[in-house]
Design a protein around this ligand. Structure first.
Ligand code: HEM
Length: 111
């Protein structure tokens, strides 16, 4: 069963553009991790002021392996280098109950 992990980031005051720029400049190693199924950076528009870093994984174990990897450290080198763009981050976790897009793709491949 796939899992969704969302890192909800509170941007430092006026640091939204810099936060987005850091993601634009990110190392892109997460894409190569085993069990990685997707990533999105979501900018808040209504009802939320935090940025959501949405990630989806084949399993909890795959996510844990990435979080404990050197790729994760390298993926956060800019944020760990001082000059923070965030004041707070909270990890939200979900299990994927339904995933219609993937189901439709699977059915098409099998047909
Ligand atoms: C204190 C906690 C965290 C903060 C403040 C933070 C912030 C950031 C920032 C600013 C970047 C841009 C790249 C860089 O800084 O070098 C980044 C990269 C990223 N973050 Fe986080 N992050 C945190 C933890 C997490 C966690 C727990 C997840 C899991 C959902 C996550 C998911 C990602 C992903 C997927 C990338 C792109 C990595 C790549 O390109 O390989 N982050 N994060």
């Amino acid at each position: 069963m796939s899992v969704v992990k969302i890192n909800a980031i509170t941007p430092a005051e006026g640091a939204e553009e810099r936060l987005e720029a850091r993601f634009g400049d990110r190392v892109r190693e997460v894409e190569g991790m085993e069990g990685f199924e997707g990533f999105e950076l979501l900018r808040p528009v209504k009802g939320e002021t935090r940025y959501y870093v949405y990630t989806r994984w084949r399993s909890e174990e795959d996510f844990e392996r990435w979080v404990n990897s050197d790729a994760f450290k390298r993926g956060h080198a800019q944020s760990n280098g001082g000059d923070p763009v965030a004041t707070h981050a909270t990890l939200l976790a979900f299990e994927v109950v339904e995933w219609p897009v993937q189901q439709a793709l699977d059915e098409r491949t099998m047909a």
